[in-house]
Design a protein around this ligand. Structure first.
Ligand SMILES: Nc1ncnc2c1ncn2[C@@H]1O[C@H](COP(=O)(O)OP(=O)(O)O)[C@@H](O)[C@H]1O
Ligand SMILES: [Mg+2]
Length: 1039
């Protein structure tokens, strides 16, 4: 029914968001629909007394991967055993600042709610995470930390704190977690962590308290279990050099302390990768290189201790058989080897004020060795936690800081064989249950009483009786255990059991084999005692209880360790401990005391709860083992929890807080209520339409029975927020007025601007159309805009499409209007480009070009062979220097040869061909026959040059015949006729005197006679005497 009522409100909120993120909305609404499998809050369960309905709801949600469900403000979490896509940053954002009940249950909602409660109520908070081993407690605590690290504001000083908080996790897990049958990464110590926040809500410090590390694991592991991760990480991930310095081998099977569980590797965990993570994290949380080295020395020495073996001599004396191990140990622990060997095989006693040394038996030596290993590892772990605490410590004192505590502590444990450790763990869980009862059930009931509200009493099991059974002074199990440990004379585990029977026989929660009835006897061994915990019955085997409680280390071993030069060991084994004769506290008592302190810490804070449930024992995703879950639901007290929630009121607040928050929802209470607080609340809720069965008014608080009532009120407030802001009404009115004025002014201005722009646009379009109609008319007011536009467009287009090189002949076609201008521009552009081109031309090339230009002027379209010559470069000379006879050069003297070429000279009569060289100087040309200059032709006297229009190389140089020196016209043939004639004409400055004759050339023969050369086209070049005494030149046809 409730979800139905919430829907419209939620929908309206979603619509608001819709504008900004349409895509997300689709996803979210799908998500919300999916989230409605079963009920999100057990309080809404129809049949809230039925355990079956409870479990069915868990199962239905689990099947849809909805692992979180509320019981009021308690979060129930079922381990999915697979990665879910619900922990991303956008998910964090989704939960940030959103009302608890508004959105699907999540660990982030608890995190956020706790954080906001801390901020708004300025009260320290704690989140208690409980559940059995493998239920997901540690994962939950990590998610909470991550949520804070990502979403909280950061403080400049402590920017790296979040990082350090997160990095401390892998380190603690490496040293304090191990694979057990239940959990591949089981925390073997209890952890309470405080995160401190400054007044702005930025995390600024942290502190960790550790509880009872399971040290026995260092020397022994059950089948299928492992020692602490760090040993395997070191062996798998450590570099070769490191292992050599630590005298270690890579194979874990070589180490006695690692082979007991017969499980060196884990499929789910990569030791090598985790090693890298740990080694990276250590410097981040403030470990120096030296400290890391010392730490690893200790880890290695624990392994070497495990391999230290003893032998038994003929007279029963014990000696060490593995001297190399002692050597390694002495090096790594920085202790004296022989003293260590002595201390491992002897013990020091003080009797009647005298010190005595007595040898240890073989078994005693083994247990002394194991005790040392446990002590070294356990104390090093404590040192590690202290070290992390230093790194997390609040560096700058921050005023008004508050704290959120996270408790991740071993859950209730029932194994096949339960020993001292399980006893302590289960005791701890009894205490936590007691705290839960204290803080929720009883305090709830008491509160109703003090508020004068009647309610039906909820029947719940108060486990105080079990706590007392364990911890009561002089009478409790712990006291009896301590007594037995201290009692002089022969003591053993069995005598302890007898003492228990004597003192506790008849207690309703305590049974032993002897005290039990026949049925129970059958399932108990003689060495066991059974406690009836609030969560169920557990049999504890007394074997080892005394030893573990004693946790003693021979004094001479302590002495040796005190003298270590390893700083960490120095810190762990204090001199005072050896000198101090007072017996240290027994392990169980120590644990009891630390639990008491923890309870005090937790009591002073506002608690939230995360209850973790393990769906199956096989660590498999998607499997929901009903029997297993029912058991957990029972001992977590979830049904009781639900009953209380439903019987009582889901929500309560002091009048002033309630009124302060919700007063804007009622005109009478807004902005201030001046009467009595209870009257104000009363007026407010009647205005809101609360029905009498939905709420009660106590002496100082209002109690609201159903969450839905509160949701509706919260939503109404949310809807009202934009209107009210957080200002007083007057201020608000003023603001509203100002806003309205500004708004209307602004809107008016915007509207006017828009209208003006629209008008302008319309006008423009009209002019354009008119211009188009008149476009062929003379330039006039009707078409001026259009024509300007055409011109402008053409020029703009032209600018972008100008030809880029002289050879590019493209030019945009101009509209008729600008044809003339376009032509001008084209020429200018071309000239410009040519000029630019010419400027870049080298002198050599320039000369070539000039000659080519002249050749073009003379021959272009005149002579057949001209086009062929265009592509060929004119050479400076066709004769090498040595081809010209030295005598000729001498004869020429100062007139240097500028160009030379081989030619054939035809006699004017008879046309006999004679090979000659034609040399050009600056002022004349000469015809040379080897060493002799046969004819000199002065340029000044030259009358012209004739060539045919065909492709032959024949040409005539016309010279005056009357001048004897010049000897008259010369008929020549040259294969480079275009080049030669061009050069000759240019040098003689007679370009215009070159004459191109199509059919024939007439030339002067001496004394007024004429010769004729006829030109015809033929298949191949031929120069020969023809008809009528003419010279016939057959030119090759060019195709
Ligand atoms: N929320 C979760 N999502 C995915 N896997 C989880 C989640 N919680 C727990 N697990 C899985 O269960 C294992 C045991 O969880 P853990 O928190 O170590 O248990 P506990 O601390 O209660 O003993 C984890 O190593 C992880 O594989
Ligand atoms: Mg854990």
């Amino acid at each position: 029914p409730l979800t139905g009522q919430m829907r419209p409100l939620r929908a309206s909120r979603i619509q608001e968001k819709q504008k900004s993120c349409g895509m997300r909305l689709v996803m979210e609404s799908a998500l919300t629909a999916r989230d409605r499998v079963g009920v999100q809050d057990f309080v809404l369960l129809e049949n809230y007394n039925s355990e079956a309905a409870f479990i069915e709801n868990l199962r239905r949600r689990f099947r849809e991967n909805l692992i979180y469900t509320y019981i009021g403000s308690v979060l129930v979490s079922v381990n999915p055993y697979k990665e879910l896509e619900i922990y991303s940053k956008p998910q964090m954002e989704r939960y940030r600042g959103v009302s608890f009940y508004e959105i699907s249950p999540h660990i982030y909602a608890v995190s956020d709610n706790t954080y906001r409660a801390m901020r708004t109520e300025r009260k320290d908070q704690c989140i208690l995470i409980s559940g059995e081993s493998g239920a997901g407690k540690t994962e939950a605590s990590k998610k909470i930390l991550l949520y804070y690290a990502v979403t909280c504001p950061t403080n400049d000083h402590m920017a790296a704190l979040g990082d350090r908080l997160l990095q401390s996790n892998p380190v603690l897990e490496a040293f304090g977690n191990a694979k057990t049958l239940r959990n591949d990464n089981s925390s073997r110590f209890g952890k309470y962590m405080d995160v401190q926040f400054d007044f702005r809500g930025a995390p600024v410090g942290g502190h960790i308290l550790n509880y009872l590390l399971e040290k026995s694991r260092v020397v022994h592991q059950n089948h299928g279990e492992r020692n602490f991760h760090i040993f395997y990480q070191l062996l798998d991930g450590g570099e070769d050099d490191l292992l050599i310095t630590l005298d270690l081998e890579r194979n874990p099977q070589k180490y006695q302390y690692l082979v007991k569980g017969n499980c060196p590797r884990l499929s789910s965990v990569s030791d090598k990768n985790n090693w890298k993570v740990v080694m990276k994290a250590l410097p981040v949380i403030g470990f120096t290189e030296e400290e890391v080295q010392k730490l690893l020395n200790i880890i290695a020495s624990v392994l070497h201790l495990g391999n230290t073996q003893f032998g038994e001599g003929e007279e029963g004396e014990t000696y060490i058989t593995t001297e190399t191990q002692i050597h390694h140990l002495s090096k790594l622990m920085g202790v004296d080897g022989s003293a260590l060997g002595e201390a491992l095989t002897h013990k020091k006693l003080t009797a009647k004020g005298e010190e005595m040394i007595s040898p240890l038996s073989f078994e005693q030596a083994l247990s002394a060795r194991d005790a040392l290993a446990k002590a070294v590892y356990g104390r090093t772990f404590t040192w590690l936690v202290e070290k992390i605490n230093q790194s997390l410590a609040l560096k700058v004192h921050s005023k008004g800081s508050s704290v959120i505590g996270l408790l991740d502590i071993y859950g209730f444990e029932v194994l096949q064989h339960n020993s001292f450790e399980q006893f302590c763990i289960n005791y701890c869980n009894e205490k936590l249950q007691q705290l839960f009862i204290e803080l929720t059930l009883r305090s709830e009931q008491e509160e109703y009483e003090t508020e004068g509200i009647a309610w039906e009493t909820v029947q719940y099991f108060d486990n105080k009786i079990i706590c007392d059974l364990i911890e009561e002074k002089h009478k409790g199990i712990i006291s009896i255990l301590d007594e037995e440990c201290l009692r002089p004379g022969e003591t053993c585990d069995v005598s302890f059991l007898e003492k228990l029977e004597d003192a506790l026989g008849g207690h309703p929660h305590f049974v032993t084999h002897k005290l039990a009835n026949g049925k129970t006897r059958r399932v108990m061994s003689r060495e066991e005692f059974r406690l009836l915990h609030y969560a169920g019955e557990v049999n504890y085997n007394v074997n080892g209880f005394l030893d573990k409680n004693n946790d003693s280390l021979n004094r001479n071993l302590k002495e040796v360790m005190c003298q270590s030069d390893n700083q960490i060991l120095q810190h762990c084994f204090r001199r005072e401990e050896v000198i101090d004769q007072k017996r240290p506290e027994m392990a169980a008592t120590q644990f009891k005391n630390s639990l008491m302190k923890l309870m005090e810490i937790l009591m002073s804070k506002e608690p939230s709860y995360v209850r973790c449930i393990k769906p199956n024992d096989a660590k498999q995703p998607g499997r929901f083992d009903e029997v297993l879950v029912r058991h957990q639901v029972k001992y977590l007290g979830l049904m009781e929890n639900l009953r209380v929630r439903r019987a009582g009121f889901a929500y309560r607040r002091r009048f002033e807080a309630f009124l302060q928050r919700y007063k804007p929802l009622c005109p009478e209470t807004w902005p201030n209520w001046h009467g009595r607080l209870s009257d104000g609340v009363s007026t407010l809720v009647s205005h809101l339409g609360y029905k009498p069965e939905e709420y009660k008014l106590g002496r100082s608080k209002i109690f609201i029975r159903f969450p839905k009532t509160l949701f509706t009120t919260e939503d109404a407030l949310e809807a009202k927020k934009p209107e009210i802001g957080c200002l007083g009404v007057l201020y608000m009115h003023v603001c509203v007025c100002v806003v309205i004025v500004i708004q209307s002014g602004w809107r008016g201005m915007k509207a006017r601007r828009r209208a003006k722009r629209r008008r302008q646009a319309a006008e423009l379009i009209r002019r354009f159309i008119k211009g188009f109609i008149y476009r062929h008319e003379e330039y006039c007011p009707e078409n001026e805009y259009f024509l300007d536009h055409v011109r402008y467009s053409f020029l703009k287009n032209l600018r972008q499409n100008l030809p880029k090189s002289v050879l590019d002949k493209n030019w945009p076609t101009p509209p008729p209007l600008v044809a003339e201008a376009s032509e001008h521009l084209r020429r200018m552009h071309m000239r410009n480009m040519t000029l630019k081109y010419c400027r870049r031309v080298q002198p050599e090339w320039k000369k070539q070009m000039m000659q080519k230009v002249e050749a073009s002027k003379i021959f272009k379209d005149q002579k057949d062979s001209y086009p062929q010559s265009v592509g060929r470069l004119f050479l400076d000379s066709r004769l090498e220097r040595e081809q010209i006879n030295l005598k000729v050069v001498q004869t020429l003297g100062n007139d240097k040869v500028q160009y030379g070429v081989s030619v054939i000279k035809y006699d004017r009569r008879g046309f006999k061909p004679r090979p000659r060289q034609l040399l050009l100087t600056n002022t004349f040309a000469v015809l040379v026959d080897r060493t002799k200059i046969k004819q000199r032709m002065d340029y000044s006297a030259m009358r012209g040059i004739s060539v045919s229009s065909l492709s032959d190389g024949v040409f005539v140089v016309h010279m005056p015949s009357e001048d004897n020196k010049q000897k008259g016209d010369v008929v020549l043939h040259c294969s480079h006729v275009i080049e030669l004639v061009t050069k000759l004409a240019m040098m003689a400055n007679k370009v215009s005197y070159v004459n191109i004759s199509p059919g024939s050339i007439r030339f002067a023969v001496a004394r007024g006679k004429e010769g004729i050369i006829d030109f015809v086209r033929g298949s191949e070049l031929k120069v020969a005497k023809g008809k009528r005494g003419h010279l016939l030149v057959v030119s090759q046809r060019l195709y």
